[in-house]
Design a protein around this ligand. Structure first.
Ligand SMILES: [Fe+2]
Ligand SMILES: [Fe+2]
Length: 306
């Protein structure tokens, strides 16, 4: 006989403490001491890849602000989630730092000065986010499930984006750096996916809320803080063309495997919308066209010979 009050829900199966423990113990600052950042002086990246890296630097460096919004929800009551988040934000910080070193090697602003400039331009609604997240968490027991599913989608998309950038830039030093970042993103994917799946599997309410939230509010990673035109250009650069579309569809198929989230086509639709937006407006000078620049060709030649 159940002793639950009629309005109470049975708790979802507990987290796997071994998995969280392993993730936390493996967490580390990204190893870059042996990355030859000096190689960019002899063989710089082209304007398109640099533009993409600026975007990635800014979004990775903003992770601590995303953490602010997560911790005002019921997520802070789950010690497995908070142990992961502590390591997650640390690792993401160093992703931003490593990308910043690539930008600095090209004479570009990076690090705290760049992050400070971005934070001055955040929309006014950014100040309301902790309030909205806190309120949402008070009203629904499924907000943490939404965060976990949202995190899985973002980490899949980010990892796929780095893979696409490595392929498009054709620079062996950048490719090695991104390979290391992608490996850590893979661990973030493992955690978010497992946490999302166990919550979605246990609750029809969580499935409904996640589906509606993703369908109505999800946008490409960074779209909450970056200018819309920049989001469109970077999305088209990474996920346009046959190989890009295939990568976007692979992410959508991963989302399809989570309970209640089948058939959303989130990434495919976002890329389609971004492409239409990028086409409808002139691309500024540092644009991300599909042109094969001399630099990219040299980089590929360097990759082939290494
Ligand atoms: Fe990252
Ligand atoms: Fe990540």
């Amino acid at each position: 006989m159940s002793h639950l009050h009629p309005t109470e829900r049975p708790a979802p199966p507990g987290p796997d403490p071994g998995r969280t423990d392993l993730l936390v113990r493996r967490s580390a600052r990204l190893a870059v001491d042996d990355i030859d950042f000096g190689a960019f002086a002899a063989c710089p990246l082209d304007a398109d890849a640099l533009r993409c890296l600026r975007y990635m630097h800014d979004v990775e460096s903003h992770t601590i602000c995303y953490l602010r919004d997560l911790l005002v929800t019921a997520a802070h009551r789950d010690p497995h989630v908070t142990a992961f988040l502590a390591c997650w934000s640390y690792e993401e910080h160093w992703h931003g730092d490593a990308i910043g070193r690539v930008l600095a090697a090209h004479g570009e602003a990076a690090g705290t000065s760049r992050a400070a400039a971005l934070r001055l331009t955040l929309p006014r609604r950014d100040r309301l986010r902790p309030l909205l997240f806190s309120l949402g968490s008070a009203l629904s027991p499924h907000v943490v499930a939404v965060h976990m599913a949202w995190g899985a989608v973002n980490e899949w998309t980010t990892q796929a984006g780095y893979g696409r950038l490595a392929a498009r830039a054709g620079h062996p030093v950048l490719a090695e750096l991104l390979r290391r970042i992608m490996k850590q993103e893979g661990r973030h994917i493992d955690f978010y996916t497992a946490e999302a799946c166990r919550r979605l599997d246990a609750s029809a309410g969580a499935r409904r809320l996640c589906r509606v939230a993703l369908q109505r509010a999800w946008g490409p990673v960074g779209s909450g803080i970056m200018p819309a035109q920049e989001v469109a250009i970077v999305a088209r650069y990474l996920f346009g063309g046959d190989a890009g579309r295939a990568a976007a569809c692979r992410v959508d198929r991963q989302i399809d495997r989570m309970s209640g989230l089948q058939g959303l086509h989130l990434v495919e639709r976002a890329v389609g919308a971004a492409s239409r937006r990028a086409r409808s407006r002139p691309v500024p000078a540092a644009g991300l066209s599909d042109r094969a620049s001399g630099r990219a060709s040299r980089n590929r030649a360097m990759a082939a010979s290494s």
